[in-house]
Write a protein that binds this ligand. Sequence first.
Ligand code: SIN
Ligand code: FE2
Length: 208
Amino acid sequence: MQDIPINGLTGLSYLPGYFDRTAQEALCEEIRTAVAEAPLYQPVMPKTGKPFSVKMSNCGPLGWVSDIEGYRYQPDHPVSGRPWPDIPVRLRALWQDVASDAAEPEACLINYYETGAKMGLHQDRDEKTFDAPVVSVSLGDTATFRVGGLKRNDPTKSFRLQSGDVVVLGGDARLAFHGIDRVLKGTSTLLKNGGRINLTLRRVTPPD
Ligand code: SIN
Ligand code: FE2
């Protein structure tokens, strides 16, 4: 576990190689099962309706969605109307390992990046509590991750996230701006069709 100081904030940790190849394959299989039940769909930006370059789905009691009306958490898939599948066991175990002080995760956002997809700098701030960290897993092609401070124009650092790496945004860094500049094509053999999957675990509501 490496703590990465950023703009005087503490609570950003980087766990390179947290999942070994066997665990990555097992996790991929669990995500494949989840996505068979809750297919990836194309979210759009609030107001403009501009499509995201990533496709999304979720697992857990709540899922993060974005449409013309705004960003929010909801218990069902926006296209099928069905409840999201359960969060895979391996991801629950990861949360217990790195976020044991926090209440159980309620949402796991599944982001799928095809070649050329990216995610602009943003804060994860649609949750009703920021007490729990955001725990993020990378699978497949390597990505360039950028992280800054609590203000959009604070200085940023970038580093590469490889398949199996975990990043934790907790403590003062819970609301740090972050994003994905690019995904490096052909850097992993994990996903048959290439690209990158990012799994983001979050607590949405205050503990009961
Ligand atoms: C996100 O911030 O939702 C995604 C981050 C990532 O893809 O690593
Ligand atoms: Fe995010």
